[in-house]
Ligand binder design. Structure first.
Ligand SMILES: NC(=O)c1ccc[n+]([C@@H]2O[C@H](COP(=O)([O-])OP(=O)(O)OC[C@H]3O[C@@H](n4cnc5c(N)ncnc54)[C@H](OP(=O)(O)O)[C@@H]3O)[C@@H](O)[C@H]2O)c1
Length: 241
């Protein structure tokens, strides 16, 4: 049975990824940080709809020191990991504290890389391993007021390029999906005016749906995607490209 770890399963993009992968026959380790209710609801739905697959919840704060061991010790067989957790930090660079830098660095770069290290042999054994980072178009183009977030998202893309070369001969592909502005909890702070302004900057004329991100993650996890590695798929409605 093929199994995937989705970090941030309780988020809007993460839960959409879980919906898409469950429908494709994947068993899922559903990682969450605080939103247990969303995981409980999803597990109930999945267990009814897909009784032959397994769904295992894992709670972990991915900036805590013991997070990696705690999370990876609960994984059995594993074919794929999708990193879909994360938060941003708004503000000018001169207001950014070293503590918040460490927080974002651990959340988006250090912990995912440690999880990748710790799961490498399991994923290797599966012969057709898949690793996908949900990065951001800001990691490609940069954004003022979110300079350090842009930095760590860019670091994810650099990791994808380098690590994909190291594991390609084992059949493991490593890619990133780089969303633009997506309708999720992360963007609920926008005023109507801000939203209108943002939409007018996006060539497609609207924010994206989480399902428009999970669609591409689903493709990357398919056996037929074996020749695609080290790449960033930008899904931004043409914004910032
Ligand atoms: N929305 C966008 O426009 C957009 C654009 C580009 C990139 N992205 C990226 O897409 C990913 C998902 O974002 P989203 O829009 O789906 O946001 P979201 O709905 O707010 O989901 C955030 C996820 O991150 C988890 N999380 C937060 N703090 C955590 C911690 N300390 N340890 C472990 N997990 C933690 C949350 O868990 P709980 O809810 O359980 O606490 C939740 O599952 C992020 O990496 C984000 O940077 C989003």
């Amino acid at each position: 049975m093929k199994a995937v770890l989705v970090t941030g399963s309780s988020g809007d993009i993460g839960s959409s990824i879980c919906q898409a992968l469950a429908a494709e026959g994947w068993s899922i380790y559903l990682h969450y940080h605080s939103n247990q209710q969303r995981i409980t609801d999803m597990m109930q739905e999945f267990q009814e709809r897909y009784p032959n697959q397994e769904f295992i919840p894992i709670k972990a704060d991915l900036v805590e020191e013991n997070a990696v061991e705690m999370l990876t010790s609960q994984l059995f067989s594993l074919n794929a990991v999708v990193f879909a957790h994360g938060t941003t930090e708004y503000g000018l660079l001169d207001a950014l504290t070293p503590e918040r830098m460490d927080y974002l660095w651990k959340m988006h770069v250090k912990t995912p890389i440690l999880i990748t290290q710790a799961t490498q042999s399991k994923i290797h054994k599966s012969n057709q391993g898949r690793i996908v980072f949900i990065s951001s178009v800001y990691g490609e183009m940069g954004s003022s007021n979110e300079v350090f977030y842009s930095t760590v998202k860019g670091a994810q893309l650099a990791f994808v390029k380098a690590y994909s070369k190291e594991v390609a001969s084992w059949g493991i592909t490593v890619n990133a999906v780089s969303p633009g502005a997506i309708k999720t909890h992360m963007n609920t702070h926008f005023s109507l005016n801000d939203l209108e302004e943002l939409e007018s900057d996006i060539p497609v004329g609207r924010l994206g749906e989480p399902s428009e991100i999970s669609f591409w993650v689903k493709q990357l996890l398919k056996p037929d995607s074996a020749y695609m590695t080290g790449q960033t798929l930008t899904v931004s409605g043409g914004w910032l490209k």
